[in-house]
Design a protein around this ligand. Structure first.
Ligand code: NDP
Length: 266
């Protein structure tokens, strides 16, 4: 599987799990011109040790950015920090990966309250909404720099300018009858279904700027969120995710697919 991503990329929630692996493989598999903005809530804290170590292994290629996706002020500050460093190239790829699942799984209805619903919606939907809105000028800047010869007919790609919203197969309304009983997570499921609609709206809205927007399910992955019984290693999920991202074009904007490129019903 080939990874042909380049330019400036930003990953949210990159201090552990799939986000950390995304930054690792992006750093390893992209050329010298690529730059990765790896964002997390506490860059100086113990939870970001692995990310700091990773950035020292790739001098000059990774910038760690402080970003809490549930906090609008933090998003503003992060956008400012990236803007100051990024230069004329703009932002080629925004990966909205950070998310929470509350309360701790499995979560029956009796253990789920308003606070869980609101917190999960704020992180999983409002965060990606604000990030895309505030990074739009930098995404547009990247999209405008591409010349027609660069994209052989397809106007949109992750190399040009794109937003990837990391979703989940259990957000699928159609698949709910077969997936609900094994994962009865009201806040998480409904938030990711809203993220899918956000993806669809952004794809329509940003098509005029040649910015691609796609929702991708990473598989059931062995992370803190996915749990130890998950069949897929983060390494394999991310290899698939990056390969799929590398292949996306016009027809994939506004779509919902998995880490192997298969389409998922809404
Ligand atoms: P983890 O729980 O392992 O990691 C979540 C990451 O998101 C952490 O880095 C965490 O940072 C960060 N995060 C949470 N809230 C915020 C916030 N407010 N601001 C910034 N960062 C935040 O999850 P995964 O790596 O497994 O999941 C990554 C993505 O993949 C998520 O979108 C998830 O919904 C999706 N997904 C995962 C599946 C799986 O099986 N693992 C299946 C389907 C989808 P911190 O350390 O500060 O908490």
């Amino acid at each position: 599987m080939s990874v042909t991503l380049e330019g400036n990329m930003l990953v949210t929630g990159s201090n552990r799990g799939i986000g950390l692996e995304l930054v690792k493989q992006l750093a390893e598999r992209t050329g010298a011109e690529a730059h990765i903005y790896a964002s997390c809530r506490e860059p100086e804290g113990t939870r970001a040790e692995a990310l700091r170590e990773l950035s020292t292994q790739h001098p000059g290629k990774i910038t760690i950015i402080k970003l809490d996706t549930s906090d609008e002020d933090s998003i503003c500050a992060a956008v400012r920090a990236v803007n100051e460093e990024i230069g004329a190239g703009g932002l080629n790829l925004l990966i909205n990966n950070a998310a929470i699942n509350k309360p701790a799984r499995p979560a029956p209805l009796s253990a789920t309250g308003k606070k869980d619903m609101m917190e999960v919606y704020e992180t999983n939907v409002v965060g990606p909404f604000l990030l895309a809105k505030m990074f739009l000028p930098l995404l547009q800047r990247a999209a405008e720099r591409f010349s027609p010869e660069d994209h052989e007919g397809d106007m949109m790609s992750c190399r040009r300018s794109a937003i990837i919203n990391i979703s989940t197969v259990i957000s699928s309304v159609k698949k709910c009858p077969e997936t609900f009983s094994m994962a009865p997570m009201y806040p998480y499921r409904t938030s990711k279904t809203a993220l899918n609609m956000l993806t669809r709206c952004q794809a329509e809205d940003f098509r005029k700027h040649n910015i691609l927007v796609t929702a991708i399910h990473p598989g059931w992955v062995c992370t803190d969120m996915g749990g130890e019984q998950a069949p897929l290693a983060a390494q394999d999920s991310v290899l698939g995710l990056l390969s799929v991202m590398s292949s996306l074009s016009n027809k994939d904007s506004g779509m919902f697919i998995d880490w192997q490129g298969n389409s998922i019903p809404w």
